[in-house]
Design a binder for this molecule. Structure first.
Ligand SMILES: [Ca+2]
Ligand SMILES: [Ca+2]
Ligand SMILES: [Ca+2]
Length: 470
């Protein structure tokens, strides 16, 4: 608005001085113009030349006067300017250098508009200044990023009762690994047994199972935002629906009747209510108004997926799958639930199973059964392909396949967890569960190992930030 009113005043002044009504820049007028070589610069570009030009020279030194407006701040985004630049006698042009400041802060793009306000110091005759009043707007883009903005996050469980859970960050080019980024940025340890991590907007929610808490951090800086330490008991996994968090809790592992899902108010970072659910709620997944809770069974066995309707705040009838549902994914517009079946040590060994479930009616559409001694886990998805781990082998199945694959795509891995992301498979190897584990990255185009990186004690889950998010 300000620029426009100056423009209008200049126009009126021009009219009064000359009485001319039919031409923007009639004969005898002097025009003043400002221009830059381009419109957009990075804050790291250094010096940006801006050219001030008069349509005629003057017989003595004169000065352009100008003002700078916009979101860019003098002294922070560019070195302060005097608002005047000398045009030497006989010259028509002068360059004013704008020195951009390359700071370390992550910030949105800034704009600076340089507007000529006049010309002063003419001693030789009078001049009529014509239109238009000239301004140039520069956009200054940021060149900084948060420490963990682009890369891989590995959650390391740590040992039970050792309080040595941690988060590792691996840089975008895989060249640098920082272990313990939570402790590093918050001057306190993460806690005891980090079970899982969930993301909502710019925040990461780290579920620290045996500390009975959730640490909330900025996912790109890992600086603490809040700790949710009340109302949880053996928390496992978290998902988000209708602006709230849903956390599965075993309660007391020995009590089959006290299991629950805690609802987290994301503005106060507190448990606002709970839903009582059957034993052993584990993996949670949100879609539309539903939170699906897979009941692996805690220390026992269970075979259902509980559905919480987050718009009506009710628990709908559960979906029955096979024993020990351990992972869920959405692919091809359906919910896929992988059940491991009961392992042989239970004395009641049962087969694993993959169920395809309609996300609207919440009914099972298709079931693929494994053999009784086959116990798959870690269902992962990449586009229309599902992946799972079984007996140290990785299998893949297309969402349209009518039967389970006979052959593995990768063999002989020792993964404690895995996930697939953008054509790469990320498996974590907990080794001897005492020394540092590793992140093993496989290229799924060739099904071959592409990188192996040391992380920390008992790596149990892999997540992605920024350019790694798909
Ligand atoms: Ca910078
Ligand atoms: Ca910056
Ligand atoms: Ca319980």
């Amino acid at each position: 608005m300000r620029i426009r009113s100056i423009f209008l005043m200049t126009a009126l002044a021009g009219f009064v001085l000359t009485g001319c009504t039919d031409d923007d820049t009639p004969e005898g007028f002097t025009t003043l113009e400002i221009s830059a070589t381009q419109q957009t610069f990075s804050e790291g570009d250094g010096t940006v030349p801006v050219t001030f030009r008069a349509s005629q020279p003057f017989s003595n030194d004169v000065e352009f006067t100008y003002e700078v407006t916009g979101t860019a701040v003098a002294g922070e985004d560019y070195e302060s300017l005097s608002g005047r630049v000398l045009l030497a006698a006989g010259s028509q042009e002068v360059i004013q250098n704008i020195i951009l400041i390359d700071n370390d802060e992550v910030a949105p793009s800034k704009e600076m508009t340089i507007n000529i306000t006049g010309l002063s110091g003419m001693v030789d005759g009078s001049y009529n200044f014509g239109l238009p009043s000239s301004a140039v707007t520069l956009t200054i883009t940021d060149n900084d990023s948060f420490a963990y903005e682009n890369g891989i996050l590995v959650l390391n469980e740590g040992n039970f009762f050792a309080g040595n859970a941690s988060v590792s960050f691996i840089s975008e080019d895989l060249a640098n690994t920082s272990n313990a980024i939570f402790a590093e940025n918050n001057d306190m340890p993460l806690g005891d047994v980090a079970q899982s991590m969930a993301f909502h907007e710019d925040l990461a929610y780290i579920i620290v199972n045996n500390s009975q808490k959730i640490e909330v951090v900025n996912r790109y800086t890992f600086e603490s935002v809040a700790t949710i330490a009340t109302g949880l008991l053996n928390p496992r996994y978290m998902a988000f629906s209708n602006g709230k968090g849903y956390v599965s809790n075993w309660g007391d592992g020995a009590d089959v009747l006290d299991d629950f899902v805690a609802v987290i108010d994301l503005s106060t970072y507190s448990v606002e209510r709970t839903f009582s659910v059957p034993e052993g709620p584990e993996w949670v997944l949100a879609n539309a108004d539903y939170v699906y809770v897979a009941h692996q069974g805690g220390f026992g066995q269970n075979n259902i997926v509980t559905i919480i309707n987050t718009s009506t705040n009710t628990v709908d009838s559960p979906i029955t799958v096979a024993n020990r549902p351990n992972s869920m994914q959405i692919a091809d517009g359906y919910l896929w639930v992988l059940s491991g079946g009961n392992p042989s040590w239970t004395g009641d060994e049962t087969a694993g199973q993959l169920d395809k479930i309609d996300l609207v009616s919440n009914t099972v559409l298709e079931t693929l059964e494994f053999a009784q001694t086959e116990h798959p886990g870690f269902l992962s998805v990449d586009k229309d392909t599902l992946y799972y781990l079984m007996d140290g082998n990785i299998f893949s199945i297309d969402v349209t396949d009518a039967s389970l694959p006979a052959a593995a795509i990768i063999s002989g891995v020792a993964f404690y967890d895995m996930t697939v992301n953008n054509g790469m498979l990320y498996g974590v190897d907990a080794k001897d569960f005492a020394s540092n584990g590793s992140l093993e990255i496989y290229d799924l185009a060739s099904n071959s190992l592409s990188s192996s990186l040391e992380v920390s004690v008992i790596p149990g889950a892999v997540y992605f930030n920024g350019s790694f998010e798909f």
